[in-house]
Write a protein that binds this ligand. Sequence first.
Ligand code: C5P
Length: 234
Amino acid sequence: MSTKCEMKLCVSLDLPSAKENLALVQQIKDFDVWLKVGLRSFIRDGKNFLKDLKAINPNFKIFLDLKVHDIPNTMADAIEEIAKFGLIDMCNVHASAGQTAMKNVMDRIKDIPNRPLVIAVTALTSFDNEEFKIVYNEDIKTKATKMALDTFNANIDGVVCSAYESFDIKKNTSKEFITLCPGIRPFGEDVGDQKRVADIAFAKENLVDFIVVGRPIYKAEDPKEVVKKILENI
Ligand code: C5P
């Protein structure tokens, strides 16, 4: 299991069919990138899709973004099954499931050889402060930093957060504690439904370990060029 040493690009495979996702991956197969398989692809295409990705380039690292959130035992069962695939390098849970659940997950998989990294979602990047307060009764930054500390103390490997929280989270936990940040618009592209977006320079300044980029790549006319340009800039 390796953690990190430099900022990595994680490409979101959120296209409407396996065929389109695989065509995108074919275009970027020679780059050192992580691939993010989310709910849409996994529900539709399952484990075979993961094997198809590895068949294109066995060196691709796969982040399975299912954001598991349930009672402690069910969460541990789910993450154990993911770890047993032997195909997944990183997966995630929701920090709001609580510290007991997160500890349970880590205890369950700690002895599995080459276990995936497990990170926890703090505040979804689609929240603005107003809506977040309605749900959590606190402002995003304060709550996300608290959740990250709970996560760190539960032996989880890192968090999903926005680039705006990355620096404070590392300051309050450890430099080695992974921050993975969606809501990245590398060169100021359209934000879509994301509220707290950041560009590459901001992510770097805030010590982000992984940037997650979806639409700016897969909706581009030339996704390969965009990936190349992003990698040159990180
Ligand atoms: O297209 P875009 O770059 O906005 O895609 C971001 C990806 O990251 C989507 O797959 C989304 O589900 C995921 N994500 C997110 N916010 C989180 C966790 C995951 O946007 N907190």
